[in-house]
Design a protein around this ligand. Structure first.
Ligand code: NAD
Ligand code: MG
Length: 401
């Protein structure tokens, strides 16, 4: 058994913490090379000491100072690298063979792409990277021979249910014999709330997910179901599936994590408790299986599994995501950027929940000329910046109205 050396981008977040939990259960299998974080330097210092990381990457000099202040010893002080370029270089650092991409938002794209270009085993939690740069990212995976393993629970489930030996490697064809991908969604905290009340729901209510404990941005995305929309786009790129062969199914218990339907009528599903340590352990150990700290699934106690079709009137963001996918990469960049801006405003108390779909819609309508900018990271980030400006402008107009 070769010991893997792991770098965790976004170590202090929900996925980062779960990744370190799985790694700590298998010290003979995994060693941590580097950890990155944007905020919460106290937590980063604790993590780096506990796993004896050789390197930490932080966003700026102020964060570096806070990290040094928070350092309590117990292990050699790691090398501290600072800034966005250092993050990209660390993602490609030959000292590690496995990179967990768990930064939230398009901010995680450059480092995730760098890991893919460097031919790493890439454990991809950061779905926004594929939404913003699907083609570029999958081309990088194919060209470098990187081993891309989806961590998002739905895509991890689909990966497990696809024909043995199928890889998410940027091949142009979907797996033979596959008819449809069925992405399940919990429906979030507002699945049954009267529509008239949605304008006044709070960030705390939106972040109180019924089944999963996650970062705040993805929690809001789950409430609006824009998260499922991002996941449809993610599935399109990972598994080379056209949009009309990806379906979304509401399943409030979050036990069936997703399904693959075959031409012969068979439907394969992956089930498990809603705990991200399962897909993380799968990605770390692939193709082997290791303990993740997740207990057995007690189906008798659960008693039933429910399914229903999503309601696009309740979840307009899901419809907008399908439209963006059909419109093309530029629209997907705009969708994601507008959502990030609108969700941040909602979390800050500066916009109502219902503004999220409205802002995305406005920014998609004003879809700019992409003019050859879809083929490079710089071009895509440029489009992302423009869409963010439009979203902020739309927010200002909405606030003034
Ligand atoms: P989180 O907010 O809990 O953590 C985000 C991490 O990214 C933190 O370490 C933070 O310091 C870092 N970060 C934030 N902004 C940054 C920036 N500008 N530059 C560098 N680093 C930055 O988020 P999370 O819930 O762990 O989600 C991480 C990613 O995984 C997201 O893309 C999310 O969609 C995806 N994901 C999460 C879950 C989950 O259960 N939490 C499930 C599936 C997919
Ligand atoms: Mg998911």
């Amino acid at each position: 058994m070769t010991r893997r050396t792991v770098t965790i981008l976004g170590a202090t977040g929900s996925i980062g913490v779960s990744t370190l939990d799985v790694i700590a259960r298998h010290p003979q299998r995994y060693r941590v090379h580097a950890l990155s974080a944007h905020t919460r330097m106290d937590r980063l210092a604790e993590q780096a000491a506990a796993c004896r990381a050789a390197v930490v990457v932080v966003s700026d000099d102020a964060a570096r100072d806070r990290f040094v202040q928070a350092w309590r010893g117990g292990a050699p002080m790691p090398e501290i690298r600072v800034g966005a370029q250092a993050l990209v270089e660390t993602a490609a650092d030959p000292a590690s063979d496995t990179v967990m991409a768990a930064i939230v938002g398009a901010a995680g794209l450059p480092s995730a792409l760098a890991a893919a270009r460097a031919g790493k085993r890439v454990l991809l939690a950061n779905k926004e990277a594929l939404v913003v740069a699907g083609r570029l990212f999958m081309d990088a995976v194919r060209e470098s021979g990187a081993e891309l393993l989806p961590i998002d629970s739905e895509h991890n489930a689909i990966f497990q249910c696809l024909p043995h030996g199928t890889r998410a490697n940027g091949a142009q064809q979907s797996a033979p014999g596959v008819r449809r991908l069925l992405l399940t969604a919990s429906g979030g905290p507002f699945r049954t709330r009267p529509l008239a009340e949605l304008a006044s729901v709070t960030p705390e209510q939106a972040c109180a997910h019924p089944n999963w404990s996650m970062g705040r941005k993805i929690s809001v995305d789950s409430a609006t179901m824009l998260n499922k929309g991002l996941e449809v786009i993610e599935a399109h790129w990972l598994f080379s599936m056209p949009p009309d062969r990806i379906d979304v199914l509401i399943h409030p218990q979050s036990v069936v994590h997703s399904m693959v339907e075959y031409d012969d009528g068979s439907v394969l599903a992956q089930l498990g408790q809603p705990d991200m340590r399962t897909p993380i352990a799968y990605g770390l150990a692939f193709p082997e299986r290791i303990a993740a700290g997740v207990g057995p699934l007690d189906l008798a106690r659960l008693g039933r599994l429910d399914f229903e079709a999503p309601d696009f009137a309740r979840f307009p963001c899901l419809r907008l995501a399908f439209e963006a996918l059909r419109a093309g990469q530029g629209a997907c960049v705009a969708l994601n950027a507008a959502n990030e801006v609108a969700v941040e405003a909602f979390l800050q108390g500066a916009a109502p929940y219902t503004a999220i779909a409205a802002i995305i819609d406005t920014v998609l309508q004003a879809q700019e000329q992409t003019g050859g900018r879809l083929d490079s990271l710089e071009g895509l980030l440029d489009l992302d910046r423009e869409a963010r400006m439009r979203a902020r402008e739309a927010l200002r107009r909405a606030a003034g109205a």
